[in-house]
Design a protein around this ligand. Structure first.
Ligand SMILES: Nc1nc2c(ncn2[C@@H]2O[C@H](COP(=O)(O)OP(=O)(O)OP(=O)(O)O)[C@@H](O)[C@H]2O)c(=O)[nH]1
Ligand SMILES: [Mg+2]
Ligand SMILES: [Zn+2]
Length: 354
């Protein structure tokens, strides 16, 4: 049953929706963003450390979130288990994602190791659940790039998922790198490359690898040097296997062949930040089923969807959604075969899901 108060809110929002005229759709999204920013400001105020006396604060970085209140933190090159302060613990329980692997924190080292403050993030790679609140799941914070790890088979390649990651990378200002693993299971590599040629044509970095045959590993390593990279993708695609081969002493746990199911076995259960011995950092993460984008970012998708950034400025309308508008450069490109239909349909599916 809808509570009376919620019901009122719902009706008010509906009225607002009715008043939006289509040409002015951006201002509607803007009001959402202002709301969101206000909420964030409120939260960061709460997170701000109170000037308690006697604290001895040291800067650290979260290597792993082990539970709702325990984290492995790097402080001056030492790996230490720290707990969240009572105040942060409460907030973390509410938001479920207050703290993430990659976060910079201030830890009180005067007595017990307590995380007192979470510093503002440069960025984060986040996905959102399909619930009514679209709960945010932070995959990693403060990173340079994401290796979108897919496999040709076991589990099957999903270009739709790659499109979603590229959209998120555009929204969060992260460099996307596509890695298609398990090419030892491919009958014709030529055919696979032709199926994915779109990404190369639109200047995305795409690397084909096989852990089994040790193929493509050098090319992958080249893009990782001196960067902070999160590996994300379906469970079972081979994220951890790739990391182990890139740096053999990592000895991270990978799925046993006998465990294998088509959907993966979720072998990695928490995100881990680790230093490469060749410079830079990696974050290994648990596999995901789907990558949900947030409604509030819907207005950005027409600009960041793969291949659109080079085209959308030629659309007649500045806020073109590339669906019903006249003189849309993207629809024209689809019609004359310059932009692939399959990717356009993938775009439509994303827009409809929001
Ligand atoms: N044939 C083949 N199998 C591979 C390759 N890379 C990894 N695998 C196998 O795929 C399975 C899953 O590998 P993981 O590295 O655990 O996959 P993951 O992406 O880390 O999975 P999660 O931790 O569950 O998200 C394991 O049985 C690996 O041995 C490859 O290049 N070729
Ligand atoms: Mg793994
Ligand atoms: Zn358009």
């Amino acid at each position: 049953m809808i509570k009376k108060r919620d019901k009122k809110k719902f009706i008010r929002r509906n009225i607002k929706l009715k008043n939006v005229d289509v040409d002015n759709i951006e201002s509607f999204y803007e009001s959402d963003i202002i709301e969101e920013k206000r909420a964030q400001k409120k939260l960061s105020k709460k997170v701000e450390i109170s000037q308690k006396s006697g604290l001895k604060l040291e800067r650290g970085r979260i290597l792993e979130v082990r539970s709702n209140y325990k984290c492995l933190v790097n402080i001056s090159n030492e790996q230490l288990i720290c707990t969240l302060s009572g105040r942060l613990k409460q907030l973390n329980l509410k938001t479920r994602n207050l703290i993430s692997v990659g976060d910079f924190v201030n830890v009180d080292v005067s007595d017990l190791l307590r995380i007192e403050e979470i510093l503002p993030r440069k960025n984060s790679l986040s996905r959102y659940l399909d619930d009514s609140l679209q709960t945010e799941i932070v995959i990693a914070a403060n990173i340079d790039q994401v290796v979108i790890t897919a496999s040709f088979k076991e589990p099957d390649l999903s270009l739709g998922l790659i499109d979603r990651y590229i959209c998120a990378a555009g929204i969060f200002n992260i460099i996307p790198v596509i890695c298609i693993n398990k090419i030892d299971l491919v009958k014709s590599l030529k055919k696979l490359k032709s199926e994915c040629k779109f990404y190369k044509e639109y200047k995305y970095k795409i690397i084909y690898t096989s852990v089994k045959l040790r193929k493509g590993i050098k090319a992958l390593k080249k893009v990782l040097i001196n960067k902070e990279t999160v590996f994300s993708g379906h469970s079972g695609a081979g994220k951890t296997s790739l990391l182990n081969i890139l740096q053999p002493d990592l000895n991270l746990k990978v799925a046993e062949i006998s465990d294998f199911t088509r959907k993966g076995t979720h072998t990695t259960i928490s995100g881990k930040l680790i230093a490469w011995d060749f410079g830079g950092y990696l974050v290994d993460t648990p596999g995901i089923k789907t990558f949900g984008l947030h409604k509030k970012d819907k207005y950005l998708i027409p600009k960041v969807f793969p291949g659109f950034s080079e085209l959308y400025e030629e659309c007649k309308f500045q806020n073109c959604t590339h669906t019903h508008e006249k003189d849309c450069a993207i629809k024209i490109s689809v019609e004359n075969g310059k932009y692939p239909k399959e990717r356009y349909y993938s775009y439509i599916r994303i827009m409809e899901s929001l």
